[in-house]
Each structure stands twice: as structure tokens, then as C-alpha cells.
Design a binder for this molecule. Sequence first.
Ligand SMILES: [Mg+2]
Length: 181
Amino acid sequence: MKINVTIEIPKNSKVKYEYDRKTKEIVVDRILYGPSSYPLNYGFIKEALDWDGDELDALIIADQSFIPGCVVPVRVLGAMEMIDGGETDTKLITVIDCDPRYDHLKSLKDVPKHTLLEIEDFFSTYKNLQNKKVTIKGFKDLAWAEKEYQECVQLMKDYGSMDKKAFIKKMMKEHPKKYAK
Ligand SMILES: [Mg+2]
């Protein structure tokens, strides 16, 4: 599956840039409290709304680091299922789709195991010094990731214009499983 990802955070950055859907601005939310930096380029899928009230997140495997706000064509390989502060916060794992060096990556099975370990380690520890808990539930295959993407596209169609807090409150009531600790 080919999609576009809008970059928030370049690979190796410690600046937590976040896109604000209301103002359409990229805001510096914070500098990561801990010593690590983003292991991969990180961004969002503008047509898909995740259960945490933000656009669906994506990590991009690529050599280069990209500037915030630019759009990168990618192929989806799979996903990492994650709970952040009690909210479902899935990360799609994708690869750049305009670099022949990566043409051989078709699924998570083609990704070096150590790359996945780095992703898992980063997200399970990056909020430690904020005393916030992140739970990694594991990696998922392409079929799971595509289903998640489609579900989030539907959420964006239905609730994209809704206030974030009101959205989470409504979804917690209607889909409590998505918010289990
Ligand atoms: Mg998110």
C-alpha cells in the first residue's frame, strides 16, 4: 500500500515537532527529556485520524532526514501497536517509495531485526524522564496495518472536524477497548 506521510520530526532529531490540525502549524511541543533522538523520520498521515485524537503516526525507513512539513511518498510495511497514556497510538512502519536502494523492502520481514528493536526501545523509553508510561504491544503485519489505516481514514471522515478532547471523550465511551491500559 502506497501513501503519503507529512514529516514532523527528522531522523536523529530531539525536537518534538507536532502538527496542529486546527492552526495548520508545526509547533515545537518540547525537546525530548531523555538522551535519545528519533531513530527514523517521523510524521503523520493527513487523511487518517487515530484514537488519540491526532493524525495516524508513521515512521519512515530512509537514509536521509527530511524537513518538517514536507511530504514523503512511502510504502506501508506493517505497524507497531502502542498504548500511550492509556490511548491507542499506533505507529505505521513505512519505507521511502522513491529510493531504489529500498525497493527490496516489501514487509516487516525484510527489515533488519535490529532496526525494529531500536524502534521498540526508543518508544518504550522516550517518555521515562517525563514519568509517562508507554506500552508497546508488538509489531503487526501489513494486513493489520492496512486495516488500521482504513479504520483511521473512516474516523477522519466522521470526526475530523471535531474538537480533540470531545472526540476522545466520545470514543472512550463508544470504544472502551481502544483505551484499555
Ligand atoms: Mg499519535
